[in-house]
Design a protein around this ligand. Structure first.
Ligand code: DGY
Length: 323
């Protein structure tokens, strides 16, 4: 029996592509650049694949999905986030969408912790100074940051990534507060303090770490009003989705000194980055590295292929469907 055709919109880790090639006739994206929506449509119409393996940032919007050939029976994304896929359009076409939750929780929490540390201890500024050959030697008041021990970390969205970050931050002596749709069972909260309003949450914390999904409901959640509720000198870190932050408002608060520093791994409209961040010394900018470890990216790929296998090899529902 011939192998089902699988369109890969990206170049994926070697082990993932090897497993895909073992079980499918793969149509690779050899360019190693993101395919545009029209390019995905053109490739799919040409090859008529049974499945599409895509990734965060791919333009699986309503227009792309509507133009896909009838052959497509699954869209599997190599990501936990699904804001790049028009789920309603896929449902209208009867194409199941599946993602890769859980396996990236620790890696993403590590990047959040890295940004928290860098923001608190001015890691970005310090590294830029040394590289610019501007370090003139140790000085008692040079690049002083704040210590994390005893500070309150506020986790917005206490899912698996938030909980992994809470475990790490406890190791630094931080107290954990969180804002969620509902309180977690104690086994998951591990003593963290739940807030049922933005006002009480934002007013109680020294560091805000954001872990909420993108999309219309969360667009610009962190706006000027909510920033004003944060304590003077607070730190903001975002490893969720860039669209959840009003960049102009965040930049203004970093410039006025109301906020001490920020650390961002995700950006609204990335890879485009809000111009004001480039010249703000107190913001550390990373290129969406959250899940970028060898172990995690392999695990994401294998999970994505588990989804494809269920639909295309066994005629079953994918194990990680997006509802
Ligand atoms: C995801 O999986 O949604 C990440 O943002 C990409 O690693």
């Amino acid at each position: 029996m011939s192998k089902p055709l699988l369109l890969l919109t990206r170049h994926f880790p070697e082990a993932v592509e090897a497993r895909a090639a073992r079980d499918y006739a793969t149509i690779p994206n050899t360019a190693d650049t993101r395919m545009t929506g029209p390019e995905i449509v053109a490739a799919a119409r040409k090859a008529e694949p049974a499945g599409i393996l895509c990734a965060a940032g791919d333009a699986l919007n309503a227009e792309t999905i509507a133009a896909l050939p009838e052959s497509v029976r699954i869209i599997a994304t190599f990501s936990a986030g699904t804001d790049h896929i028009d789920l309603a359009a896929a449902a209208a076409r009867g194409i199941p969408v599946a993602n890769t939750p859980d396996v990236l929780s620790v890696a993403t929490a590590e990047i959040a912790m890295l940004l928290i540390l860098s923001a608190a201890r001015r890691g970005g500024e310090a590294e830029r100074m040394v590289r610019a050959r501007q370090w003139t030697g140790w000085a008692p008041t040079q690049l002083m940051g704040v210590t994390l021990e005893g500070k309150v970390l506020g986790i917005l969205g206490m899912g698996r990534i938030g909980q992994a970050l809470a475990r790490m931050a406890r190791g630094f002596g931080m107290e954990i507060h969180y804002r969620n749709r509902r309180p977690l069972p104690e086994a998951e909260a591990q003593g963290a303090t739940y807030h049922d309003s933005d006002e009480s949450f934002l007013g109680a914390i020294d560091v805000l770490s954001m872990h909420i999904p993108g999309g219309a409901a969360t667009r610009h959640w962190l706006d000027a009003q909510r920033i004003a509720l944060l304590r003077p000198g607070a730190i903001v870190v975002n490893t969720g989705r860039g669209s959840t932050v009003d960049d102009a408002a965040l930049c203004a608060a970093l410039e006025s000194g109301h906020l001490r520093a920020a650390g961002l791994d995700v950006f609204d409209g990335e890879p485009r980055i809000f111009e004001g961040y480039y010249s703000a010394p107190n913001v550390m900018l990373l290129p969406h590295l959250g899940s970028a470890t060898v172990e995690t990216r392999d695990a994401m790929g294998f999970r994505a292929l588990d989804n494809v296998d269920a639909v295309l090899l066994r005629g079953e529902a994918p194990p990680y469907p997006v509802k």
